[in-house]
Design a protein around this ligand. Sequence first.
Ligand code: BG6
Ligand code: MG
Length: 209
Amino acid sequence: MIKAVIFDLDGVIISTDDCHYEAWKKLADEEGIYFDRKINDRLRGVSRMASLEIVLEKSEKVYTEKEKAELTERKNNYYREFIKKLTPNDILPGVMDNLEELKQNGIKIAIGSSSKNTPIILKQIGLDGYFDAVSDGNNITHSKPNPEVFLKASEMLKIPPENCLVVEDADAGIEAGKKGGMKTLSVHGAKGADFETEDLKKFKILSII
Ligand code: BG6
Ligand code: MG
């Protein structure tokens, strides 16, 4: 029986793909590293440092740990500039209807995101303080596909993993949810989930609970 729904943020609640792409692209161009949207797709659900390692696969230069830290900081500064433009209008279609319906039916809702920018984004889109729990990149040591971020959310909610449903747009996120012993719903084509929907526009999460 599902008592809580844990939502990934990037790509589920809001589409930040372009912001991440533009920020990584700017950094890669400055460093003379090839980067395209296909590579950007591989960064979904992956932490900032793990994402950098993927970006650096195309680099001839070998970077020190200190240089890598500088690169991720630079990328994040660019990203922060892009996400400043986000507003509640950027919340993806069908998301608010589903969140409200779940709330009204006594289902707990949480965020489970690898992003350290989660608090800033939630504020930008007017959902600061809206969720029963927020587990994000700031309270984990292992990024998806490790289940840590979702297990922390389940702990915060005091609802066991088997009573939680994870909503994800990344293969790594679906894998993380399953490893954590949770049910999974895929949006936008993420593979391997228990349930699938193209988007949340005409889909009622409550119908699979
Ligand atoms: C995930 C995104 O939600 O957060 C990834 O899907 C991103 O693309 C990761 O790399 C980390 O984000 P941030 O905001 O901490 O750099
Ligand atoms: Mg995502």
